[in-house]
Design a protein around this ligand. Structure first.
Ligand code: NI
Length: 191
């Protein structure tokens, strides 16, 4: 497995709408190796998710996993999930304020409104259909990753730019407050 280089903001690959994958492509050894690399790169960087566009491949694949993540200590654990050609449907108009960060936007965090309950349809890495409802903070993570596949960064969705801060200032001034709100979100939505 190979740790891939992560593109950072300003690189045009982050602004490309990634293309759909076929089942044949997905089944290829090269693509299965790429998925292994994507997971390895996400874990190496302590990401909660990683989209193919972030490692310079404009195809609709993303990985999500949260396992006692040191970058996001308040996030509930999420088992490793690979989404191929994901589609998100909003199941509510309710949103919550999520303090987000991104491996492609170094040392910056900001508040984004995310829909609190979504339905996700996709294929898994074997090509089997996924169809599930995802809620709360985990729904926020899914929306962040699928945005990447549409060439969008969380910064595009920050409406109050006074919330933008470095990770150091976040930890100093925002972490305790947001962790408490995150606990409320988890209590309300179950994740
Ligand atoms: Ni990101």
């Amino acid at each position: 497995m190979t740790i891939r280089k992560i593109a950072t903001i300003g690189h045009p690959v982050l602004r490309v709408r990634a293309r759909e994958m076929t089942r044949e492509e997905l089944a290829s050894t090269a693509m299965q190796t790429f998925i292994d690399d994507l997971v390895e790169t996400m874990r190496d960087a302590n990401g909660a998710g990683l989209a193919a566009t972030q490692v310079h491949e404009t195809i609709r694949i993303c990985a999500i996993e949260v396992k006692d993540n040191p970058r996001y200590p308040y996030k509930p654990n999420v088992p490793l999930t690979i989404l191929i050609n994901p589609e998100i449907e909003f199941l509510t108009t309710r949103t919550f304020a999520n303090y987000e960060g991104c491996l492609s936007v170094p040392d910056l965090r900001g508040v984004v409104d995310r829909v609190s309950e979504i339905r996700v349809k996709a294929l898994d890495r074997q090509g089997n259909p996924i169809d599930k409802v995802v809620r709360g903070l985990t729904a926020g993570t899914y929306q962040h990753e699928v945005d990447h596949l549409d060439g969008k960064l969380f910064l595009d969705r920050v409406t109050d730019t006074t919330t933008l801060c470095t990770w150091k200032e976040f930890e100093k001034r925002q972490l305790a407050g947001f962790a408490a709100r995150a606990t409320e979100i988890v209590r309300e939505f179950g994740s």
